[in-house]
Design a protein around this ligand. Sequence first.
Ligand code: CMP
Length: 143
Amino acid sequence: MERTFLAIKPDGIQRGLIGEIISRFEAKGFTLVGLKFMKVSRELAEQHYNIHREKSFFTGLVDFITSGPVIAMVWEGSGAIAAARKMIGATNPLTAEPGTIRGDLGIDIGRNIIHGSDAPETATQEISLWFKDEELISWQPSL
Ligand code: CMP
């Protein structure tokens, strides 16, 4: 069973898209194992986006992700990492396919609604960066 880290960014919260986004992952059949509504510290944002540290948009990205509350989540299921990336769509919402979260709901690359881990190694790193072990609940849907 695979786990992935997803975060609804401040634009997704401000636009009232929490329910819409969580519904998509529930309807798909993934299992929610962790969820936090939180303000992100600069330190956490810089660690999370460390790979983009040298990019021109890094400071703006950190400013944005720390500008308002986010919803950090861990979802579980077979092939969850790749499937969630597919459901989220391309980084730039303007070119993301219709039917994806970004393709249906966004137009701005700097306001692309949701983050999702891009590979098993990053999923493991991001889950441990954002969540303590005891904040994750293993459970099996019975239906
Ligand atoms: P995310 O999937 O969270 O990973 C890195 C983020 O950097 C990405 O979503 C975008 O929000 C942001 N990003 C990537 N490219 C650009 C860009 N050219 N300008 C502004 N933000 C960008």
